[in-house]
Design a protein around this ligand. Sequence first.
Ligand SMILES: N[C@@H](CCC(=O)N[C@@H](CS)C(=O)NCC(=O)O)C(=O)O
Length: 291
Amino acid sequence: MVLVSGLGLQHGDADVADCSCSRLNLTGWWLCPGHRFGGIVLFSLALREKPSPIPAELKGKAKTGFISWSRLHTLTMASEKPILYGYFRSSCSWRVRIALALKGISYDLVPVSLLNDGGQQFSAEFKALNPMQQVPVLKIDGITLSQSLAIIQYLEDTHPNPRLLPQDPKKRAQVRMIADHIASGIQPLQNLKVLKQMGEKKMEWAQTCIASGFQALEQILQHTAGRYCVGDEVSMADLCLVPQVSNAERFKVEMGPYPTIIRINKALLDLEAFKVSHPSRQPDTPAELRA
Ligand SMILES: N[C@@H](CCC(=O)N[C@@H](CS)C(=O)NCC(=O)O)C(=O)O
């Protein structure tokens, strides 16, 4: 018997349900919906062997069925630990680190220094992973994803707890609005690539972009915020807010005019997932910037 756990299976997963109809080489499986990751699968190595009896502790909770070798391969691929290619100070990498921490997904980190070696994001090896030459990149479940919001959305779809997008369509749209406000309307304007073009004016440019984005955001948050950006639940909007405030502080933006942003940021930084993912606590954080 081989025990494979943490596969991200969902109870009622159509793929898994279909497996029982497969006419290919079969192996036994059990699906336990109570498991933290949604399922435990136990494989028998013998072909066309009947599934072994369900252990007493899984009786009533587990299902039995069959699975094809090709599906077994897919599931086994899916069981590999995700790999995050990121940089300690990258705000977009931090968004993804917070999501991984909140959802309790362990991962391996491959640091990509945006400064060393003229920028490791420009290496041929990294360009093969992300032609856009930006972090973060997440290798997960046999696919390679870039774009932090797309990554977070995938994590949300595959690991729905805790929820980062509210179920209510209006709140959900507000979360996306704020996330896009930061991810499309502020961060790209003060990205490293742009700042390099600005030369000596980079500080002034970054301050102007962040300040104008924050002025608008402050007004928006006055309508949407509770304890956090949208109501009282942590959402994808909050995952964008905290790293952006950190950038604002780095570029010495005067934060006085944004009391709501300051309040929400402070509340979020008290949460463990935001602490462990903080740039001052990453494996690639230089000693002088460590908390
Ligand atoms: N829209 C992308 C933006 C990614 C991005 O701008 N990453 C920055 C770090 S936060 C980067 O890799 N910059 C490298 C460069 O400018 O050369 C996302 O959300 O992931």
